[in-house]
Design a protein around this ligand. Structure first.
Ligand code: ZN
Length: 174
């Protein structure tokens, strides 16, 4: 079977969970699969690189497995908050062209947003506050409350700020 080399994929990436995810379109789901997902093709990319950049850019996914099938190489991702979350994606690097397809489960995120993350609206507000120069968790919480947005537990907010800072890298927040 054709599996073209994907040099830009870290072949020995350590964050790859050893998950022999073997679902391939056309194949009946194997018995050991507990969950069955409905997959829809949501996007097509002219190259694998663009597809990978897109998935990375969403910052929502953690790679869970690779599988070489007849149609090409498939890279699966779980929701980064929980692999039990119903929202998953995979990329199909077509074996017969550069075209790479992105598939999503039809499921919404089912991870517990209260425990693990801010709601989308709160997150938006927090990012806006940070860009306005508000970086103290206490003040951020007050502002969130003032806006009537769902108030996250302080720990969750701190986690978010921490991660946000790390992603921003060169910016320094106090
Ligand atoms: Zn999720």
């Amino acid at each position: 079977m054709a599996s073209r080399p994907l040099s830009y994929i870290n072949s020995d990436s350590s964050d790859l969970e050893s998950d022999s995810n073997s679902e391939t379109e056309g194949e009946p789901p194997t018995k050991r699969q507990k969950q069955s997902h409905n997959w829809i093709r949501v996007k097509c990319f002219p190259t694998g690189k663009e597809a990978l950049d897109f998935v990375k850019g969403e910052k929502l996914w953690r790679m869970s497995g690779k599988h070489d099938g007849l149609q090409g190489r498939k890279i699966s991702y779980n929701c980064k908050y929980s692999k039990l979350c119903g929202a998953k994606v995979y990329l199909l690097f077509k074996s017969d062209s550069q075209v790479t397809e992105l598939y999503n489960t039809t499921s919404e995120h089912t991870h517990d947003p209260k425990c693990r993350d801010l709601t989308a609206s709160t997150k938006e507000k927090v990012i806006q506050l940070i860009s306005d120069g508000v970086t103290k968790p206490k003040i951020i919480l007050t502002r969130i409350r003032e806006c009537g947005l769902p108030e996250p537990p302080a720990k969750v907010l701190k986690n978010f700020l921490c991660n946000f800072r790390r992603k921003q890298g060169n910016h320094v927040y106090r």
